[in-house]
Design a protein around this ligand. Structure first.
Ligand code: HEC
Length: 194
């Protein structure tokens, strides 16, 4: 399925390149309309594959569940090679970040930003791991595996009870340690190029 999307993106890139080099009229006439006269309406099935965002109140979290114990195995097989056995000291040269530790350091001289110390919502952890990790095979984990590894990361960080089951409702209910550490920025947006 991912291959289809990649092909589509490549297709789009090729069209852009063509527009640069040849005449527009060669591409017109697909029947889609719009100002450029080419393209096609987005296919809902293709959109659904990439429409996977999970927001803080739990919207977008898929069905499924996982436990700390299951997550421990997922972590050992899929994550520890880069993030390290203890999650706090990533393997050098991989570019991976520590996933726990650093609580209480944010206002100090040496702030340590981790999932545990910095991220305000657990939904971001689910969303990020599902779309981007493992770094070498993003999108390869099942929804259950992602719930499980989230339970493990947050369990190790002592954010959630190690005996709990992580699922959509539980994810939305997690109180991250830095939940109230962000403040709204009241400055208006600046649009310099309109
Ligand atoms: C091949 C190495 C590799 C593997 C395997 C891997 N990661 Fe990562 N991870 C990375 C790298 C590199 C980054 C930083 C990516 C960036 O900054 O764009 C990262 C970043 C992260 C972050 C964001 C941390 C932060 O504070 O910014 C999380 C969370 C995470 N990984 C979780 C996981 C989980 C869970 C697994 C296993 C399912 C996993 N990773 C497997 C390399 C890896």
């Amino acid at each position: 399925m991912c291959t289809t999307i990649k092909t589509k993106f490549l297709g789009a890139a090729a069209v852009v390149a063509l527009v640069g080099g040849t005449s527009f009229s060669a591409l017109a006439g697909s029947g889609y309309g719009g100002p450029y006269g080419f393209g096609s309406p987005a296919d809902p099935a293709a959109v659904a594959i990439i429409d996977i965002d999970v927001v803080p109140d739990g919207r977008g979290a898929p069905p499924g569940e996982g436990t700390y114990e299951q997550g421990k195995m997922v972590y050992a097989e899929q994550c520890s090679a880069c993030h390290g056995d203890d999650m706090a000291s990533p393997v050098k040269g991989t570019g991976a970040a520590p996933l726990r530790g650093g609580r209480g350091t944010l206002a100090s001289e040496g702030p340590k930003k981790t999932v545990e110390s910095y991220w305000p919502y657990a939904s971001t952890l689910y969303d990020y791991v599902r779309r981007a990790m493992p770094f070498n095979a993003p999108g390869s984990l099942s929804n259950d595996d992602v719930y499980a590894v989230v339970a493990y990361v947050l369990g190790e960080g002592e954010v959630v009870d190690k005996g709990m089951t992580m699922n959509a409702d539980a994810l939305a209910a997690v109180e991250m340690p830095n939940r109230d550490g962000f403040v709204p920025d009241p400055r208006p947006d600046v649009h310099n190029y309109e």
